[in-house]
Unconditional design. Structure first.
Length: 202
């Protein structure tokens, strides 16, 4: 399944003329511990941010093996803001993609949340006029909650990809892309978003 998704993903990336998404960084090799069900999810936020940062050096794909992964609010980059808010997982560099084996296999949910007003996934930075190029989230299911802002908040990114993605229970926008360049969206489903399923202002 991983090889099939990667082949489909490569076709989407090549449509933008973006760089190859290799090498692959497996989140479990950096300490993430996926649960088998929603009942045994742990907070993997810091462990997931590690391979995202490793991929930031020269680009790459952050791979999520099958299972349930939890996020909290122990922000690695609390001052790296998109629309004034920090994100649980932050993409700061070009050609970084988060990829799972598909929505039926990989689930991201919230296990620790206090105070609210935070994004689950963010890219770009309020302090700069341009965000990273060649970024995306592929092949997973994401559960928000009533205490987040946007589930995905990408600011001034270019060549952005959202593919084979399901988002549930977003308290604001499920996907919010502000500024930047083209956005490629394929096979996306959203249920129970309080605001917009997709908000794109380019």
């Amino acid at each position: 399944m991983k090889k099939i998704l990667l082949a489909l993903f490569l076709s989407a990336v090549s449509a933008f003329g973006a760089s190859s998404p290799s090498p692959i960084f497996d989140v479990t090799k950096f300490g993430a511990r996926p649960g088998k069900t929603a009942l045994n999810v742990t907070n993997d936020q810091v462990a997931i941010q590690r391979p995202v940062d490793a991929a930031s050096t020269n680009g790459g794909t952050v791979y999520f093996p099958p299972g349930w992964y939890g996020l909290g609010t122990d922000f690695v980059y609390p001052t790296y803001l998109t629309e004034g808010l920090p994100s649980s997982i932050t993409i700061r560099s070009n050609n970084v993609y988060l990829m799972g084996d598909g929505p039926s296999s990989v689930t991201i949910t919230q296990v620790v949340w206090s105070g609210g007003g935070d994004n689950m996934f963010g890219a770009g930075n309020d302090a700069t006029s341009s965000g990273p190029s060649g970024v995306g989230i592929i092949g997973m299911r994401i559960y928000g909650s009533g205490s987040t802002s946007d589930t995905i908040q990408f600011q001034t990114t270019t060549n952005t990809i959202f593919k084979d993605l399901q988002i549930f229970n977003s308290s604001h926008d499920a996907i919010d892309v502000q500024g930047g360049g083209p956005v490629y969206i394929e096979n996306f489903m959203c249920t129970n978003a309080r605001m917009n399923s997709i908000s794109a202002l380019n």
